[in-house]
Design a protein around this ligand. Structure first.
Ligand code: SDX
Length: 436
């Protein structure tokens, strides 16, 4: 893989060392600095890992400057237009689009794992009614490691494949069950006659009396199912983001995969990451009216104010987030069909227009990201705000299990263990109370 080298010289040491420079299929070359500590006795310093490639991966590629996102080489706009979430999950996990027979088999196996142990429902019922659904997801998904631990050989590819299928299948059931617990409504079991997204909406919104009879329910409106597939496709993976990197780091120790995915859910919850979609809706509600936008833009620019414009900016995209562009278009389509379109969408468009004319945002290349508009569609699907990041969790499970499998199949995998720049006290002797 090393196509070129980069020389690093130290005049004091009178030393020049060539380090391998790897070229990937696409994107930036990467400098292999594994020998740096041995050759120069120093570490690299890159808090936030903005200039650090943590691994090789063939799953997803992002070009932040060009606003490009590829899943296994397929452009996100083509998958958004033509695919379904479950087909994209197959693509991410297996590296190729399935034949119709392969997809039928995959979907049938997912349906076969679409259940949860009755004791797991008891675990959910132990939460207080007002528990945040993401807090419940972290605990309940982590507890799957208590149901699937013995006889789980993570060195066996087939065990890894089955574990991945189980997580993909169970995530929407657990998510809907957590939601129903917060509303005090009965748990709705999945139906084998509904597809992945239809089942989720049915488990969220139907009732015990109607769940098997009404397929024409508005929550099963084909446009709603199409919009949910789209949102899940757009959120399915995003290379080495914070939550996926968390899953990889936890998995590098050989921990139970269900516990590793729970660690990813915890990382996703933060408002700087997947929690931004919920924070965007709260921010739009707080802004309330277009006339107050300048006040909030000023706060976002004020270094003494911790307020940030939620849904704006991205570590990688320094151009439009292609997902935001796709979602923005779908927002228009869905809200155009509504008699009373959500005023928050008009407010969001107004905020985007004003922000993108402001030199602070232009200079820093802060564009709307995937989370800026997704909440408006979720709201149109009657998904409650506190469930927005749970929706992100369901979708990103496809990416997390794909990265987990990729890492575990790598014969060169090592435990992740970063170093540090120590800025604490030098060596000093213990002093008794009297001496202090
Ligand atoms: C996701 O990594 C992924 O791929 C994530 C994700 C995925 O699919 O997995 O794409 C999903 O997490 C999308 C991002 C959702 N988060 C938000 O919308 C929260 C608001 N955004 C910011 O918190 C921020 O933009 C981040 C966290 C997204 C990116 O942070 P960085 O890369 O560390 O950027 P930074 O803090 O270095 O900011 C650079 C400058 C700073 O100003 P200066 O110090 O140069 O003067 O831009 C400013 C920042 O203050 N800035 C913002 C801002 N984002 C950055 N100022 C106001 N509002 C913002 N939203």
């Amino acid at each position: 893989m090393a196509n070129k080298t980069l020389k690093i010289s130290d005049e004091e040491l009178g030393k020049t060392v060539s380090f391998p420079l790897y070229e990937g299929t696409l994107g930036h070359p990467t400098l292999d600095i594994q020998a740096l500590n041995k050759e120069y006795g120093c570490f690299t310093f890159d808090p936030g890992f903005a200039s650090t490639a943590s691994c090789k991966s063939s799953i997803t590629f992002i070009d932040g400057d060009e606003g490009v996102l590829l899943y296994r080489g397929y452009p996100i706009d083509q998958l958004a237009e033509h695919s379904s979430f479950l087909e994209v999950a197959y693509l991410l996990m297996h590296g190729e689009l399935p034949s119709s027979d392969q997809f039928a088999e995959f979907e049938a196996e997912i349906k076969g794992y679409s259940n949860i142990h009755e004791n797991l429902r008891g675990f959910i019922e132990g939460f207080h009614y007002d528990a945040h659904p993401m807090a419940m997801m972290v605990g309940v998904v982590g507890s799957l490691s208590a149901f699937y631990h013995s006889q789980l050989d993570i060195d066996d590819p087939e065990h890894r494949r089955i574990s991945s299928m189980r997580m993909l299948a169970k995530m929407p059931i657990i998510a809907a069950a957590c939601f129903r617990h917060t509303t005090g409504e009965a748990f709705i079991y999945p139906r084998t006659d509904l597809d992945y997204c239809e089942n989720f909406l049915n488990m969220m919104f139907s009732s015990p009396s109607e769940q098997f009879f009404i397929n024409e329910a508005d929550y099963l409106d084909p446009l709603a199912v199409k919009a949910l597939n789209l949102l899940f496709i757009l959120h399915a993976d995003h290379e080495q983001n914070a939550s996926t990197s968390t899953v990889r780091l936890a998995s590098s120790t050989g921990a139970n995969p269900y516990a590793c995915i729970a660690a990813g859910i915890a990382a996703l919850w933060g408002p700087a990451h997947g929690g931004a979609n919920e924070a965007v809706l709260s921010m739009l509600a707080e802004i309330g009216d277009v006339s107050r936008i300048p006040e909030f833009i000023a706060r976002a620019k004020d270094k003494n104010d911790s307020f940030r414009l939620m849904g704006f900016g991205h570590r990688v995209y320094k151009n439009h987030d292609p997902r935001a562009t796709i979602i923005r278009k779908t927002c228009h389509e869905i809200l155009a069909k509504q008699e009373n379109p959500d005023p928050l969408f008009a407010l969001a468009l107004g905020l985007e227009e004003i922000a993108l004319k402001d030199e602070y945002f232009i200079d820093r290349k802060l564009y709307p990201n995937v989370d800026f508009y997704s909440g408006i569609i979720y709201k149109a699907l009657n998904i409650p705000v506190e469930m927005f990041t749970v929706m992100f969790t369901i979708a990103r499970t496809a990416g997390w299990v794909s990265h987990w499998q990729e890492l575990m199949a790598d014969p060169a995998k090592r435990i992740g263990r970063p170093r540090q720049l120590y800025t604490g006290k030098g060596v000093r002797d213990y002093k008794s109370f009297e001496q202090r």
